[in-house]
Design a protein around this ligand. Structure first.
Ligand SMILES: [Zn+2]
Ligand SMILES: [Zn+2]
Length: 112
């Protein structure tokens, strides 16, 4: 009798605890990344940097004429604004997502 009573109770409380933990951590992760993304966007807005953050599988550009670092990447808008069409550029599909380096002197020339 006692065992029959205790077993479902144990299982239930354990399952509930697991469910709670999973949903809590999921919710935290999601809101955290959204929070970071919006914080990034907002902090970059104050500078003249474009600072666009893009999601994976978005087309971005890399300009070897303007870029100091090979890992620089700029968004389509900055590519057209900076008129890199005559430069040594290449268009690539960003696999992991990234951020626009436009205006970042450490990775590209100022006039880029
Ligand atoms: Zn940009
Ligand atoms: Zn360029």
């Amino acid at each position: 009798m006692d065992i029959r009573k205790a077993d479902p109770y144990e299982a239930d409380s354990h399952a509930v605890r697991e469910r709670e933990e999973r949903s809590r951590s999921c919710g935290r992760d999601a809101s955290l990344s959204v929070h970071i993304a919006s914080e990034l966007m907002r902090s970059y807005d104050k500078h003249d940097k474009c600072g666009l953050v893009w999601i994976p599988r978005v087309v971005a550009y890399r300009c070897r004429t303007c870029g100091i670092s090979p890992c620089m990447s700029i968004c389509r808008e900055c590519f057209h604004r900076g008129d890199h069409s005559t430069h040594d550029f290449n268009m690539f599909l960003s696999q992991a997502g990234g951020a626009c380096d436009c205006g970042d002197n450490s990775v590209m020339k100022e006039d880029g």
